[in-house]
Ligand binder design. Structure first.
Ligand code: ADP
Length: 361
């Protein structure tokens, strides 16, 4: 069992840079939590504080109810997997995986059993006598995970473990990590800047920006109901389109377009009548249809099942009028063509706070 609780955690580095502000997170036993956000948002700092590699400036950290805020890293019973695999080149895969146990002078029979079990889980059984240089990048990453598994830690910590792998291997290794998580049912904290990794791996995502947690929730919650413009723009690819619009009766009035509101949407925006809000629309929530928002196409990217069409609303070539739509099927729009777009789902945000406008509970 391993529950982790971060309570009001701050990190202020010696140069007075505050990297993390009031981070609160309860990780359930066996949960895979992904910390995601752009470079410099404080993900690694948070992970390193959990690992004990950085001091916690304020707040408290609990593992299974025990306060470990001041506990040295080596006594925390956690294992960290880094992006650089840091394997010993002169040792075999077996020796690399056994290393931490050998150092602890564990019984050789126990070591042997643990290494074989970990190798089996990771599909490395036939590689144990090889040296790291004889393995592919993906296999080396698995050996790095194997070194953690043999220690049977309470919590696994991953710091961008896939960023050294090429796109194809990243996908495959991501699926392996998911399988590993299922097999071990271990508590895992995983850091990445890649929203696809977060969406595909996480039980719950912690989305961060500039040291602040922006939202914690399941991948679907963050995708479907982002709490603010930051989360809405960070989660989802291609990113959500945003427009400044005014609420006017049952309509939203943009710079050079109008869209109708359903009675339910109008209800949600009741308090915003005659006010400016931010309208968010995901490219995949747009379809073609008569009487929609008129655009002039400037780019047509065929993706196979669908086509990413970029255009300017009303033909106005400004950044504010830019829109991307992921349309069904193989489209063949040419530069300058007209199209009419319908928004299937709309997200609304307060212009001052950038927080989502939702139906009052
Ligand atoms: P991320 O992992 O999200 O890319 P980091 O946690 O590495 O972000 O960094 C968060 C912020 O803290 C950044 O502004 C970074 O420059 C700063 N920072 C990270 N490590 C140190 C350090 N050792 N000393 C001072 N500032 C640091």
């Amino acid at each position: 069992m391993a529950q982790l609780s971060l309570q009001h955690i701050d990190k202020i580095y010696d140069n007075n840079v505050q990297a993390v502000f009031d981070c609160n997170l309860d990780v359930k036993d066996g949960e895979l939590i992904v910390l995601v956000g752009p470079s410099g948002c404080g993900k690694s700092t948070t992970l390193r504080m959990v690992a004990g590699l950085e001091d916690i400036s304020a707040g408290r950290l609990f593992l299974d109810g025990k306060d470990i805020t001041q506990t040295p890293a080596k006594d925390r019973d956690m294992a960290m997997v880094f992006q650089s695999y840091a394997l010993y080149g002169h040792m075999t895969i077996y020796e690399n995986m056994a290393f931490s146990l050998t150092m602890r002078k564990e019984n050789p029979n126990v070591i042997h059993k643990k290494v074989l079990a970990a190798a089996e889980i990771l599909g490395l059984t036939s590689q144990l006598n090889k040296k790291p240089a004889q393995l592919s990048g993906g296999q080396r990453q698995r050996v790095a995970m194997g070194r953690s598994i043999v220690r049977n830690p309470k919590v696994f910590l991953f710091d961008e473990p896939l960023s050294n792998l090429d796109a194809k291997l990243r996908g495959a290794t991501r699926r392996e990590i998911l399988l590993l998580h299922k097999k071990l049912q271990a508590t895992m904290l995983y850091v990445t800047h890649d929203q696809t990794e977060a969406l595909t791996l996480a039980d719950r995502i912690v989305c961060m920006s500039m040291g602040h947690v922006q939202q914690i929730g399941t991948p679907l919650e963050l995708y479907d109901a982002p709490d603010n413009v930051f989360v809405a723009s960070f989660i989802g690819l291609p990113p959500m389109n945003f427009f400044d619009v005014k609420v006017s009766g049952a309509k939203l009035i943009g710079g050079n377009f109008q869209v109708s509101l359903t009675p339910e949407e109008k209800d949600i925006l009741q308090a915003y009548q005659n006010k400016e809000i931010i309208l968010g629309v995901r490219p995949e929530d747009i379809r073609e249809g008569a009487g929609g928002v008129p655009i002039t196409v400037f780019s047509n990217e065929n993706l196979g099942m669908n086509t990413l069409v970029h255009g300017y609303i009303g033909g106005l070539k400004t950044a504010e009028a830019k829109i991307s739509a992921k349309l069904k099927g193989w489209q063949n729009y040419k530069n300058g063509d007209s199209a009419s777009l319908i928004f299937n789902k709309k997200h609304f945000f307060d212009k001052d706070t950038t927080n989502a406008i939702r139906k009052e509970a």
